[in-house]
Design a protein around this ligand. Structure first.
Ligand SMILES: [Zn+2]
Ligand SMILES: [Zn+2]
Ligand SMILES: [Zn+2]
Ligand SMILES: [Zn+2]
Length: 356
């Protein structure tokens, strides 16, 4: 590699003129080619330069120059470049040194012929002829999709090693994420990826949705009455609770609070173990989830008794089950619920505040 780059036209032409005849045949041949290209160049350039000078100089001065009498024929008038048989300058392009391989080319090599994707992880399998199949497609094929040879458990270690050197697409690429990162950096991105799947904020919906498509899902796939939509960060209302609800695994309609240009969802459910959970989700808090606090209270009709919990809004990565495990939000027993249960209602309030 350094060899090639040293062969800049100037330095080579001097050496070649001295005549380096002791080299092996191969080198000689190569150098002859170089000579053809290179020796011409300085002359050509010189001539070209002199011609240019000649255009701006009086003719007699031109004849003094070492270009020989080409221009002398011009005699009385200024030399006309068109009449001069100007040697065409040969542009010598140094041989391109390919010390980098394009990532896209490597990816093409690794592409699984079944799913047409670059495998996200090892193992990568190959047939006896070396055609590769990714580990996800392997269980679905008995023969090599390219040559129909039997596909055993031979791994393509080279492919696996090359794969390690390549950036990997985010696991939510199917949902639209275009981020590609080195393997070690991927987990932290995927944890916060806007395209990651979360459960719908309607606890009864049970649909998994891309985070950034959740608002669309709420607008397009839900009835208006599936949510109570509130402008602002404070809301008071009540859950309708009947006697039989104290035996049920049950959830109540969520409130959507639109506050500070962000969306918050008050959730409430009762588990069949007799525990009540009320908490607030924030749609895409990411790191900004720490900028808000929410205060959730259940209160008596006369507001003289109250049970309050102040916490941070939860990210949608907390499933209903995980919320229960985390201990976050307002949690109370059936006995407490009955204390606040008046006229078939359990009254509550939510206050979301921005920190600072
Ligand atoms: Zn595949
Ligand atoms: Zn094959
Ligand atoms: Zn992503
Ligand atoms: Zn939904």
């Amino acid at each position: 590699m350094p060899k090639k780059s040293e062969k800049s036209p100037k330095s080579r032409s001097t050496n070649d003129k001295k005549g380096n005849k002791d080299n092996s045949e191969l080198i000689e041949t190569v150098e002859k080619e170089m000579v053809v290209n290179i020796v011409e160049t300085p002359d050509a350039l010189n001539n070209d330069n002199n011609n240019k000078k000649a255009e701006s100089k009086p003719p007699d001065k031109v004849s003094d120059s070492n270009t020989g009498g080409v221009e002398e024929g011009g005699g009385s008038g200024a030399p006309t470049p068109a009449a001069t048989p100007t040697p065409q300058p040969v542009v010598v392009t140094p041989p391109q040194v390919l010390d980098t391989i394009k990532t896209s080319e490597l990816k093409d090599l690794l592409e699984c012929p079944v799913c047409l994707r670059v495998p996200r992880s090892s193992p990568i399998y190959q047939c006896a002829r070396g055609h590769v199949v990714c580990k996800d497609c392997k269980p679905n094929v008995n023969t090599c999709p390219q040559c129909r040879d039997v596909l055993g458990n031979i791994r393509s270690l080279v492919s696996e090693k090359v794969l390690e050197k390549l950036p990997t697409p985010c696991k939510y690429s199917d949902s639209g994420c275009e981020v590609e990162l080195m393997r070690s950096e991927l987990p932290s991105h995927e944890k916060e990826c806007q395209y990651r799947s979360v459960n719908c904020v309607d606890l009864a919906c049970q649909q998994s949705v891309s985070l950034c498509k959740l608002l669309n899902h709420i607008d397009n796939d839900h009835e208006t009455e599936d949510f109570v939509r509130v402008e602002g960060g404070e809301y008071s209302s009540h859950f309708i609770v009947n006697e039989e609800d104290f035996n049920k695994d049950i959830m109540w309609i969520s409130d959507q609070l639109h506050f500070d240009q962000k969306y918050f969802y008050r959730e409430c459910c009762r588990s069949n173990k007799g525990l009540w959970y009320i908490w607030v989700y924030q749609l895409e808090p990411g790191t900004s989830g720490q900028d808000y606090t929410c205060e959730i209270s259940v209160l008596s009709a006369d507001h003289e008794e109250m049970l309050t919990c102040k916490s941070r809004p939860l990210s949608l990565d907390y499933t209903k089950e995980k919320v229960a495990e985390s201990g976050r939000g307002l949690v109370f027993t059936d006995s407490t619920a009955r204390l606040f249960w008046q006229d078939n209602k359990v009254r509550y309030s939510v206050k979301i505040k921005r920190k600072n």
